[in-house]
Design a binder for this molecule. Sequence first.
Ligand code: GLV
Ligand code: MN
Ligand code: MN
Length: 434
Amino acid sequence: MPSALSIDDLRLQEQIDALAAISEAPPPVVTRVLFSEADLRGRLFVQELCRQAGLLLREDAIGNFFARWPGKEAQLAPIATGSHIDAIPNAGRYDGVVGVLGALEAIRALKQSGFEPRRTIELIIFTAEEPTRFGIGCVGSRVLSGALPPKRAATLVDADGQTLEQWRSKAGYAAQPLNSVRLASSHYAGFVELHIEQGPLLERENLPIGVVEKIAGPSTLRVQLTGVGGHAGAVLMPERHDALLAGAEIALAVEQAALNTGSADTVATTGVFRIEPGAVNSVPCRACLEIDLRDTQLSTRDAALQRVEKAVPEICRRRGIDFRVERLNVDAPVLCDPAMVSTILEVCREVKLPAKQMISRAYHDSLFMAQICPTTMIFIPCRGGVSHRPDEYSSPEQISNGVLVLAHTLARLSCVSSKRHDRERIGSLQPVIT
Ligand code: GLV
Ligand code: MN
Ligand code: MN
Protein backbone atom coordinates (compact mmCIF):
# COMPACT_ATOMS: atom_id res chain seq x y z
CA MET A 1 0.00 0.00 0.00
CA PRO A 2 1.49 3.41 -0.91
CA SER A 3 2.31 5.10 2.40
CA ALA A 4 1.66 8.82 2.04
CA LEU A 5 -0.82 9.87 -0.58
CA SER A 6 -1.46 13.53 -0.98
CA ILE A 7 -4.77 14.42 -2.61
CA ASP A 8 -4.74 17.93 -4.04
CA ASP A 9 -8.26 19.07 -3.06
CA LEU A 10 -7.75 22.53 -4.43
CA ARG A 11 -6.66 21.41 -7.88
CA LEU A 12 -9.51 18.88 -8.00
CA GLN A 13 -12.11 21.47 -6.97
CA GLU A 14 -10.80 23.91 -9.58
CA GLN A 15 -11.14 21.25 -12.24
CA ILE A 16 -14.65 20.31 -11.11
CA ASP A 17 -15.62 23.99 -11.27
CA ALA A 18 -14.01 24.46 -14.68
CA LEU A 19 -15.90 21.47 -16.07
CA ALA A 20 -19.15 22.77 -14.54
CA ALA A 21 -18.66 25.99 -16.50
CA ILE A 22 -18.84 23.96 -19.73
CA SER A 23 -22.60 23.76 -19.85
CA GLU A 24 -25.55 24.38 -22.14
CA ALA A 25 -27.14 26.52 -19.42
CA PRO A 26 -25.81 29.34 -17.24
CA PRO A 27 -24.42 28.58 -13.74
CA PRO A 28 -25.28 27.11 -11.33
CA VAL A 29 -27.09 24.82 -13.77
CA VAL A 30 -25.05 22.15 -15.50
CA THR A 31 -26.55 20.62 -18.64
CA ARG A 32 -24.38 18.49 -20.93
CA VAL A 33 -26.53 16.29 -23.08
CA LEU A 34 -24.79 13.61 -25.08
CA PHE A 35 -22.91 14.97 -28.11
CA SER A 36 -24.11 18.53 -27.52
CA GLU A 37 -21.47 21.19 -28.05
CA ALA A 38 -20.98 21.33 -24.25
CA ASP A 39 -20.56 17.56 -24.00
CA LEU A 40 -17.95 17.59 -26.76
CA ARG A 41 -16.08 20.48 -25.15
CA GLY A 42 -16.26 18.74 -21.76
CA ARG A 43 -14.68 15.64 -23.30
CA LEU A 44 -11.81 17.69 -24.75
CA PHE A 45 -11.27 19.36 -21.37
CA VAL A 46 -11.00 16.03 -19.55
CA GLN A 47 -8.86 14.48 -22.29
CA GLU A 48 -6.40 17.34 -21.98
CA LEU A 49 -6.17 16.83 -18.21
CA CYS A 50 -5.54 13.12 -18.75
CA ARG A 51 -2.83 13.93 -21.25
CA GLN A 52 -1.20 16.35 -18.82
CA ALA A 53 -1.22 13.54 -16.24
CA GLY A 54 0.82 11.44 -18.68
CA LEU A 55 -1.97 8.95 -19.49
CA LEU A 56 -2.40 7.29 -22.89
CA LEU A 57 -5.75 8.00 -24.53
CA ARG A 58 -8.00 5.90 -26.69
CA GLU A 59 -11.58 6.51 -27.87
CA ASP A 60 -13.94 3.87 -29.13
CA ALA A 61 -16.61 4.09 -31.82
CA ILE A 62 -19.34 5.23 -29.44
CA GLY A 63 -17.20 7.88 -27.75
CA ASN A 64 -16.27 6.03 -24.55
CA PHE A 65 -12.76 7.16 -23.80
CA PHE A 66 -10.00 5.42 -21.94
CA ALA A 67 -6.99 6.98 -20.24
CA ARG A 68 -4.37 4.42 -19.39
CA TRP A 69 -1.53 4.29 -16.89
CA PRO A 70 0.49 1.30 -18.06
CA GLY A 71 1.42 -1.16 -15.36
CA LYS A 72 4.75 -2.95 -14.97
CA GLU A 73 3.14 -6.13 -16.27
CA ALA A 74 1.19 -4.76 -19.19
CA GLN A 75 0.09 -8.23 -20.29
CA LEU A 76 -2.17 -8.49 -17.20
CA ALA A 77 -5.81 -7.44 -17.40
CA PRO A 78 -6.11 -3.80 -16.25
CA ILE A 79 -8.03 -2.48 -13.29
CA ALA A 80 -10.55 0.12 -14.44
CA THR A 81 -12.25 3.04 -12.78
CA GLY A 82 -14.36 5.90 -14.13
CA SER A 83 -17.81 7.32 -14.63
CA HIS A 84 -19.49 9.87 -16.90
CA ILE A 85 -19.44 13.60 -17.58
CA ASP A 86 -22.75 13.98 -19.42
CA ALA A 87 -25.38 15.72 -17.30
CA ILE A 88 -29.15 15.78 -17.49
CA PRO A 89 -30.90 19.12 -18.08
CA ASN A 90 -30.80 21.27 -14.94
CA ALA A 91 -28.20 19.11 -13.19
CA GLY A 92 -25.41 19.88 -10.75
CA ARG A 93 -21.65 19.52 -11.00
CA TYR A 94 -20.81 16.32 -9.11
CA ASP A 95 -22.87 13.44 -10.53
CA GLY A 96 -20.43 11.37 -12.61
CA VAL A 97 -17.77 14.07 -12.55
CA VAL A 98 -16.50 13.03 -9.10
CA GLY A 99 -15.87 9.55 -10.49
CA VAL A 100 -13.96 10.95 -13.47
CA LEU A 101 -11.95 13.89 -12.13
CA GLY A 102 -11.70 12.24 -8.71
CA ALA A 103 -10.26 9.11 -10.31
CA LEU A 104 -7.81 11.23 -12.27
CA GLU A 105 -6.74 12.88 -8.99
CA ALA A 106 -6.35 9.42 -7.42
CA ILE A 107 -4.06 8.41 -10.30
CA ARG A 108 -2.05 11.63 -10.02
CA ALA A 109 -1.65 11.11 -6.25
CA LEU A 110 -0.47 7.52 -6.79
CA LYS A 111 1.98 8.62 -9.45
CA GLN A 112 3.30 11.40 -7.27
CA SER A 113 3.86 8.99 -4.38
CA GLY A 114 6.18 6.93 -6.57
CA PHE A 115 3.80 3.97 -6.66
CA GLU A 116 4.15 1.75 -9.72
CA PRO A 117 1.13 -0.40 -10.55
CA ARG A 118 1.67 -4.00 -11.53
CA ARG A 119 -1.48 -4.07 -13.62
CA THR A 120 -2.38 -1.21 -15.89
CA ILE A 121 -4.87 1.22 -14.34
CA GLU A 122 -7.40 2.61 -16.81
CA LEU A 123 -9.78 5.53 -16.36
CA ILE A 124 -12.95 5.16 -18.46
CA ILE A 125 -15.23 8.08 -19.29
CA PHE A 126 -18.44 6.50 -20.52
CA THR A 127 -20.68 7.89 -23.23
CA ALA A 128 -24.23 8.85 -22.22
CA GLU A 129 -24.76 7.43 -18.78
CA GLU A 130 -27.76 9.74 -18.71
CA PRO A 131 -30.82 8.79 -20.73
CA THR A 132 -31.65 12.33 -21.88
CA ARG A 133 -31.02 11.99 -25.59
CA PHE A 134 -32.10 8.45 -26.35
CA GLY A 135 -34.41 7.62 -23.42
CA ILE A 136 -32.03 4.89 -22.29
CA GLY A 137 -29.13 5.34 -19.89
CA CYS A 138 -25.59 3.91 -19.91
CA VAL A 139 -25.47 3.66 -23.70
CA GLY A 140 -21.66 3.51 -23.76
CA SER A 141 -21.28 0.87 -21.05
CA ARG A 142 -24.20 -1.17 -22.41
CA VAL A 143 -22.54 -1.50 -25.80
CA LEU A 144 -19.08 -2.00 -24.30
CA SER A 145 -20.35 -4.85 -22.10
CA GLY A 146 -22.51 -6.46 -24.77
CA ALA A 147 -25.78 -5.68 -22.94
CA LEU A 148 -26.93 -3.62 -25.93
CA PRO A 149 -26.23 -5.19 -29.33
CA PRO A 150 -24.71 -2.70 -31.80
CA LYS A 151 -27.55 -3.25 -34.28
CA ARG A 152 -30.10 -2.16 -31.69
CA ALA A 153 -27.91 0.70 -30.49
CA ALA A 154 -27.63 2.04 -34.03
CA THR A 155 -31.41 2.42 -34.20
CA LEU A 156 -31.74 4.53 -31.04
CA VAL A 157 -33.58 7.72 -31.95
CA ASP A 158 -33.81 11.01 -30.07
CA ALA A 159 -36.87 13.27 -29.74
CA ASP A 160 -35.91 15.05 -33.01
CA GLY A 161 -35.72 11.82 -34.97
CA GLN A 162 -31.89 11.76 -35.12
CA THR A 163 -30.36 8.31 -34.74
CA LEU A 164 -27.28 7.33 -32.77
CA GLU A 165 -25.58 6.69 -36.12
CA GLN A 166 -26.25 10.27 -37.19
CA TRP A 167 -24.97 11.61 -33.89
CA ARG A 168 -21.86 9.43 -34.05
CA SER A 169 -21.04 10.84 -37.47
CA LYS A 170 -21.62 14.42 -36.37
CA ALA A 171 -19.43 13.94 -33.29
CA GLY A 172 -16.66 12.32 -35.36
CA TYR A 173 -16.88 8.76 -34.01
CA ALA A 174 -18.23 6.95 -37.06
CA ALA A 175 -14.91 5.93 -38.63
CA GLN A 176 -15.07 2.62 -36.75
CA PRO A 177 -18.16 0.36 -36.71
CA LEU A 178 -20.21 0.10 -33.53
CA ASN A 179 -19.42 -3.59 -33.26
CA SER A 180 -15.81 -2.70 -32.44
CA VAL A 181 -16.89 -1.26 -29.06
CA ARG A 182 -17.58 -4.48 -27.18
CA LEU A 183 -14.87 -5.69 -24.82
CA ALA A 184 -14.34 -9.32 -23.83
CA SER A 185 -15.41 -10.41 -20.39
CA SER A 186 -11.73 -11.06 -19.68
CA HIS A 187 -10.68 -7.56 -20.65
CA TYR A 188 -10.66 -6.00 -17.18
CA ALA A 189 -9.68 -7.61 -13.89
CA GLY A 190 -12.07 -5.29 -12.05
CA PHE A 191 -13.95 -2.01 -12.13
CA VAL A 192 -14.58 0.42 -9.28
CA GLU A 193 -16.61 3.62 -9.66
CA LEU A 194 -16.48 6.58 -7.28
CA HIS A 195 -19.80 8.46 -7.11
CA ILE A 196 -21.84 10.76 -4.91
CA GLU A 197 -24.51 8.78 -3.08
CA GLN A 198 -27.45 10.72 -4.60
CA GLY A 199 -29.39 9.80 -1.46
CA PRO A 200 -29.37 10.96 2.17
CA LEU A 201 -28.12 7.95 4.14
CA LEU A 202 -24.39 8.65 4.50
CA GLU A 203 -25.03 12.24 5.52
CA ARG A 204 -27.73 11.19 7.99
CA GLU A 205 -25.46 8.62 9.57
CA ASN A 206 -22.47 10.95 9.43
CA LEU A 207 -20.42 8.41 7.47
CA PRO A 208 -17.80 9.49 4.92
CA ILE A 209 -17.85 6.35 2.77
CA GLY A 210 -20.37 3.84 1.44
CA VAL A 211 -19.36 0.64 -0.31
CA VAL A 212 -21.96 -0.57 -2.75
CA GLU A 213 -23.04 -4.20 -2.52
CA LYS A 214 -26.07 -4.08 -4.82
CA ILE A 215 -27.39 -1.82 -7.58
CA ALA A 216 -31.16 -1.57 -8.14
CA GLY A 217 -32.52 -2.71 -11.52
CA PRO A 218 -33.97 0.07 -13.67
CA SER A 219 -36.58 -0.21 -16.41
CA THR A 220 -37.93 2.39 -18.79
CA LEU A 221 -41.13 2.45 -20.82
CA ARG A 222 -41.98 4.88 -23.62
CA VAL A 223 -45.72 5.29 -24.13
CA GLN A 224 -46.99 7.08 -27.22
CA LEU A 225 -50.61 8.14 -27.27
CA THR A 226 -52.65 9.37 -30.20
CA GLY A 227 -56.05 10.87 -29.59
CA VAL A 228 -58.09 13.39 -31.53
CA GLY A 229 -57.24 17.07 -31.46
CA GLY A 230 -59.56 19.95 -32.08
CA HIS A 231 -60.79 23.35 -31.03
CA ALA A 232 -60.82 23.78 -27.24
CA GLY A 233 -64.03 25.75 -27.48
CA ALA A 234 -65.85 23.74 -30.07
CA VAL A 235 -65.25 20.05 -29.27
CA LEU A 236 -67.82 19.06 -26.65
CA MET A 237 -66.66 17.13 -23.62
CA PRO A 238 -68.43 13.82 -24.37
CA GLU A 239 -66.80 13.76 -27.84
CA ARG A 240 -63.21 14.16 -26.68
CA HIS A 241 -60.26 11.78 -27.04
CA ASP A 242 -57.70 13.84 -25.20
CA ALA A 243 -54.20 12.29 -25.28
CA LEU A 244 -53.01 14.32 -22.29
CA LEU A 245 -55.79 13.07 -20.04
CA ALA A 246 -55.06 9.46 -20.95
CA GLY A 247 -51.40 10.19 -20.16
CA ALA A 248 -52.36 11.77 -16.84
CA GLU A 249 -54.29 8.65 -15.86
CA ILE A 250 -51.34 6.51 -16.90
CA ALA A 251 -48.97 8.60 -14.76
CA LEU A 252 -51.25 8.04 -11.76
CA ALA A 253 -51.35 4.30 -12.51
CA VAL A 254 -47.54 4.34 -12.53
CA GLU A 255 -47.50 5.91 -9.07
CA GLN A 256 -50.04 3.37 -7.85
CA ALA A 257 -48.07 0.43 -9.28
CA ALA A 258 -45.06 1.46 -7.19
CA LEU A 259 -47.08 2.15 -4.03
CA ASN A 260 -48.95 -1.14 -4.31
CA THR A 261 -45.86 -3.34 -4.06
CA GLY A 262 -45.66 -2.35 -0.40
CA SER A 263 -41.87 -2.15 -0.71
CA ALA A 264 -40.07 1.14 -0.08
CA ASP A 265 -37.56 -0.02 -2.67
CA THR A 266 -40.03 0.26 -5.56
CA VAL A 267 -39.86 3.70 -7.13
CA ALA A 268 -41.61 4.88 -10.27
CA THR A 269 -41.48 8.21 -12.07
CA THR A 270 -43.12 9.62 -15.18
CA GLY A 271 -40.29 12.01 -15.96
CA VAL A 272 -41.17 12.85 -19.56
CA PHE A 273 -44.64 13.98 -20.62
CA ARG A 274 -44.69 15.81 -23.96
CA ILE A 275 -47.91 16.85 -25.62
CA GLU A 276 -48.85 18.11 -29.05
CA PRO A 277 -49.77 20.57 -30.31
CA GLY A 278 -49.22 22.33 -26.96
CA ALA A 279 -51.57 25.26 -27.50
CA VAL A 280 -53.93 26.45 -24.79
CA ASN A 281 -56.97 26.45 -27.08
CA SER A 282 -56.32 23.07 -28.69
CA VAL A 283 -57.24 19.60 -27.39
CA PRO A 284 -53.98 17.59 -27.06
CA CYS A 285 -53.92 15.05 -29.88
CA ARG A 286 -50.63 13.33 -29.02
CA ALA A 287 -48.67 12.58 -25.85
CA CYS A 288 -45.38 10.87 -25.22
CA LEU A 289 -44.54 9.62 -21.74
CA GLU A 290 -41.31 8.08 -20.48
CA ILE A 291 -41.63 6.07 -17.33
CA ASP A 292 -38.80 4.97 -15.05
CA LEU A 293 -39.52 2.07 -12.69
CA ARG A 294 -36.94 0.46 -10.40
CA ASP A 295 -36.49 -1.95 -7.55
CA THR A 296 -33.72 -3.86 -5.85
CA GLN A 297 -35.78 -7.06 -6.27
CA LEU A 298 -36.25 -8.19 -9.84
CA SER A 299 -39.57 -9.98 -9.24
CA THR A 300 -41.12 -6.97 -7.47
CA ARG A 301 -39.95 -4.60 -10.19
CA ASP A 302 -41.24 -6.84 -12.95
CA ALA A 303 -44.65 -7.22 -11.27
CA ALA A 304 -45.01 -3.43 -11.02
CA LEU A 305 -43.89 -3.05 -14.64
CA GLN A 306 -46.52 -5.54 -15.80
CA ARG A 307 -49.17 -3.68 -13.82
CA VAL A 308 -48.33 -0.48 -15.71
CA GLU A 309 -48.30 -2.29 -19.06
CA LYS A 310 -51.76 -3.68 -18.27
CA ALA A 311 -53.14 -0.29 -17.20
CA VAL A 312 -52.21 1.45 -20.48
CA PRO A 313 -54.61 -0.47 -22.78
CA GLU A 314 -57.42 -0.31 -20.21
CA ILE A 315 -57.15 3.47 -19.89
CA CYS A 316 -56.72 4.00 -23.64
CA ARG A 317 -59.63 1.77 -24.60
CA ARG A 318 -61.94 3.63 -22.23
CA ARG A 319 -60.84 6.98 -23.67
CA GLY A 320 -60.66 5.98 -27.35
CA ILE A 321 -56.93 6.60 -27.64
CA ASP A 322 -54.43 4.69 -29.80
CA PHE A 323 -51.32 3.67 -27.97
CA ARG A 324 -47.86 2.18 -28.41
CA VAL A 325 -45.81 0.93 -25.48
CA GLU A 326 -42.08 0.28 -25.90
CA ARG A 327 -39.76 -1.20 -23.32
CA LEU A 328 -36.63 0.90 -23.74
CA ASN A 329 -34.71 -1.07 -21.15
CA VAL A 330 -35.45 -3.70 -18.54
CA ASP A 331 -32.32 -4.39 -16.50
CA ALA A 332 -31.79 -6.75 -13.60
CA PRO A 333 -30.31 -5.56 -10.31
CA VAL A 334 -26.69 -6.61 -9.80
CA LEU A 335 -24.74 -7.88 -6.83
CA CYS A 336 -21.32 -6.30 -6.52
CA ASP A 337 -18.20 -8.39 -6.14
CA PRO A 338 -17.84 -9.41 -2.46
CA ALA A 339 -14.04 -9.59 -2.60
CA MET A 340 -13.81 -6.06 -3.94
CA VAL A 341 -16.29 -4.85 -1.34
CA SER A 342 -14.09 -6.41 1.38
CA THR A 343 -10.97 -4.82 -0.09
CA ILE A 344 -12.54 -1.37 0.04
CA LEU A 345 -13.82 -1.90 3.59
CA GLU A 346 -10.29 -2.90 4.59
CA VAL A 347 -8.85 0.21 2.93
CA CYS A 348 -11.39 2.32 4.84
CA ARG A 349 -10.26 0.77 8.12
CA GLU A 350 -6.63 1.47 7.27
CA VAL A 351 -7.20 5.10 6.35
CA LYS A 352 -9.54 5.45 9.35
CA LEU A 353 -12.65 6.44 7.45
CA PRO A 354 -15.81 4.78 8.80
CA ALA A 355 -17.77 3.04 6.05
CA LYS A 356 -20.91 1.03 5.55
CA GLN A 357 -22.15 -1.35 2.90
CA MET A 358 -25.12 -0.04 1.02
CA ILE A 359 -27.42 -0.31 -1.97
CA SER A 360 -27.28 2.01 -4.95
CA ARG A 361 -30.79 3.00 -5.90
CA ALA A 362 -29.50 5.07 -8.79
CA TYR A 363 -28.09 3.15 -11.74
CA HIS A 364 -24.56 3.64 -12.97
CA ASP A 365 -22.22 2.33 -15.63
CA SER A 366 -21.18 -0.14 -12.92
CA LEU A 367 -24.47 -1.98 -13.54
CA PHE A 368 -23.11 -2.98 -16.95
CA MET A 369 -19.42 -3.26 -16.08
CA ALA A 370 -20.55 -5.88 -13.55
CA GLN A 371 -21.56 -8.03 -16.53
CA ILE A 372 -17.96 -8.29 -17.72
CA CYS A 373 -15.80 -8.01 -14.60
CA PRO A 374 -15.86 -7.92 -10.79
CA THR A 375 -17.32 -4.52 -9.94
CA THR A 376 -18.25 -2.30 -7.04
CA MET A 377 -18.66 1.37 -6.18
CA ILE A 378 -17.45 3.84 -3.57
CA PHE A 379 -20.06 6.36 -2.42
CA ILE A 380 -19.47 9.69 -0.71
CA PRO A 381 -22.20 11.78 0.96
CA CYS A 382 -23.94 14.65 -0.81
CA ARG A 383 -25.79 17.44 0.95
CA GLY A 384 -29.37 16.53 1.77
CA GLY A 385 -29.09 13.54 -0.55
CA VAL A 386 -29.81 15.98 -3.39
CA SER A 387 -28.82 15.07 -6.95
CA HIS A 388 -29.97 15.79 -10.51
CA ARG A 389 -30.42 19.40 -9.36
CA PRO A 390 -28.15 22.47 -9.61
CA ASP A 391 -27.82 22.62 -5.80
CA GLU A 392 -26.22 19.14 -5.69
CA TYR A 393 -23.15 19.44 -3.40
CA SER A 394 -20.36 17.42 -1.84
CA SER A 395 -17.65 19.26 0.08
CA PRO A 396 -13.99 19.20 -1.00
CA GLU A 397 -13.27 17.15 2.13
CA GLN A 398 -15.97 14.58 1.34
CA ILE A 399 -14.66 14.27 -2.21
CA SER A 400 -11.09 14.02 -1.00
CA ASN A 401 -12.05 11.12 1.31
CA GLY A 402 -13.54 9.28 -1.63
CA VAL A 403 -10.49 9.94 -3.78
CA LEU A 404 -8.18 8.67 -1.05
CA VAL A 405 -10.15 5.45 -0.67
CA LEU A 406 -10.28 5.02 -4.44
CA ALA A 407 -6.52 5.60 -4.79
CA HIS A 408 -5.67 2.97 -2.17
CA THR A 409 -8.21 0.59 -3.68
CA LEU A 410 -6.72 0.97 -7.16
CA ALA A 411 -3.24 0.46 -5.73
CA ARG A 412 -4.31 -2.79 -4.09
CA LEU A 413 -6.33 -4.12 -7.00
CA SER A 414 -3.51 -3.32 -9.40
CA CYS A 415 -1.31 -5.72 -7.46
CA VAL A 416 -3.56 -8.73 -6.85
CA SER A 417 -3.64 -11.64 -9.22
CA SER A 418 -6.77 -12.69 -11.06
CA LYS A 419 -6.32 -16.15 -12.55
CA ARG A 420 -9.41 -16.05 -14.70
CA HIS A 421 -8.77 -12.68 -16.26
CA ASP A 422 -5.05 -13.05 -16.76
CA ARG A 423 -5.34 -16.46 -18.41
CA GLU A 424 -8.02 -15.36 -20.86
CA ARG A 425 -6.60 -11.99 -21.71
CA ILE A 426 -6.18 -11.52 -25.42
CA GLY A 427 -3.96 -8.50 -25.77
CA SER A 428 -4.06 -4.81 -25.09
CA LEU A 429 -5.70 -2.08 -27.14
CA GLN A 430 -3.49 0.61 -28.56
CA PRO A 431 -3.97 4.30 -27.85
CA VAL A 432 -5.39 6.07 -30.90
CA ILE A 433 -5.51 9.71 -29.81
CA THR A 434 -2.21 11.47 -29.41
C1 GLV B 1 -28.73 7.73 -13.19
O1 GLV B 1 -28.49 8.87 -13.50
C2 GLV B 1 -30.00 7.32 -12.70
O2 GLV B 1 -31.03 7.84 -13.19
O3 GLV B 1 -30.04 6.48 -11.78
MN1 MN C 1 -27.26 11.11 -13.08
MN1 MN D 1 -24.08 9.39 -12.30
